[in-house]
Write a protein that binds this ligand. Structure first.
Ligand code: 13P
Ligand code: ZN
Length: 280
């Protein structure tokens, strides 16, 4: 099937209290593993990239890989821009064929964030592409984006209500205690806050920084509107760990058709596990 947008899959998940896994797709091996993991569960899946990923892979390859993955897959697949940092980056992705975009204006003053998001929604909706946006700041490091813990702001439910209404976004990423990258200590998710945001908005909510969030917390959040859950760090960690272990055991191996295999196999298992965790 061709790439699909995230609209229907997120709306169905939102209505039925489950979530769609969105996985950082950095190369061919990871893309194939994400699809295979989702197929094992029979669940739709989101491949997502930041702008630095599509610059690294190069856009024509990125699109060709994702389109081919979707066409081969037995489950619906969407290609989503994660943390789009500017109007220009989002336009580049819309032109290239991404089927979902996030604009991250969360570091801007509130009114400027709104102006930017509205502009993006207007352009994306002309192509039927849904838009995700963020309010508050999710701390930690995601590619070139770095927010330290001291400057984390949780999302205000009243602002969230206004923001979602005036921008017309299709999904919303609140800051409620998760962080990108590795957690130094067990994350403390603010479920009361999430519940208030859930009540004051009416679009699917997105959990960023899900790597390292305990399963029970992820599952609890599904009751409060979380319908898309983003994983990246855990995949990167496992992929690198497997490669290191392989070369440790086989220091002279030079065949990429061999040394990528165990990494890909273990990623399939990890993705399957995550997708199972997000089911009802
Ligand atoms: P982690 O890298 O912490 O899993 O976060 C992923 C994410 O939120 C991507 O936007
Ligand atoms: Zn994120």
């Amino acid at each position: 099937m061709p790439l699909v947008t995230t609209k229907e899959m997120l709306e169905d998940a939102y209505k039925n209290n489950y979530a769609i896994g969105a996985f950082g797709a950095h190369n061919l091996e990871i893309i194939k593993a994400v699809i295979a993991g989702a197929e094992k569960v029979g669940a739709p899946v989101i491949l997502q990239t930041t702008s630095s990923t599509y610059k690294y892979v190069e856009m024509p390859y990125m699109i060709a890989l994702a389109k081919t993955a979707a066409e081969q897959a037995k489950v619906p697949v969407a290609l989503h821009l994660d943390h789009g940092e500017s109007y220009k980056v989002v336009m580049e992705c819309l032109r290239a064929g991404y089927t979902s975009v996030m604009i991250d204006g969360s570091s801007l003053p509130y009114e400027e964030n709104i102006i930017l998001v509205k502009k993006i929604v207007e352009a994306a909706s002309a192509l039927n592409v849904p838009v995700e946006a963020e309010l508050g700041t999710i701390s930690g490091v995601e590619d070139s984006l770095s927010v330290n813990e001291g400057t984390t702001f949780f999302t205000d439910p009243k602002e969230a209500e206004h923001f979602v209404k005036v921008t017309g976004i299709q999904s919303f990423a609140p800051a409620f205690g998760t962080a990108h990258g590795k957690y130094k200590q067990k994350p403390k998710l603010q479920f009361d806050l999430l519940q208030k945001i859930y009540r004051s908005t009416n679009v699917p909510l997105v959990m960023h920084g899900a790597s390292g969030v305990p399963e029970e917390d992820v599952r609890k959040s599904l009751n409060y509107g979380i319908a898309k859950v983003n994983f990246s760090t855990e995949l990167k960690d496992l992929f690198a760990e497997q490669l290191r272990a392989f070369f440790n055991d086989n220091p002279t191996e030079n065949d990429p058709r061999k040394y990528f295999l165990p990494a890909r196999e273990s990623l399939i298992e990890l993705v399957e596990q995550k997708v199972v965790m997000l089911q009802k």
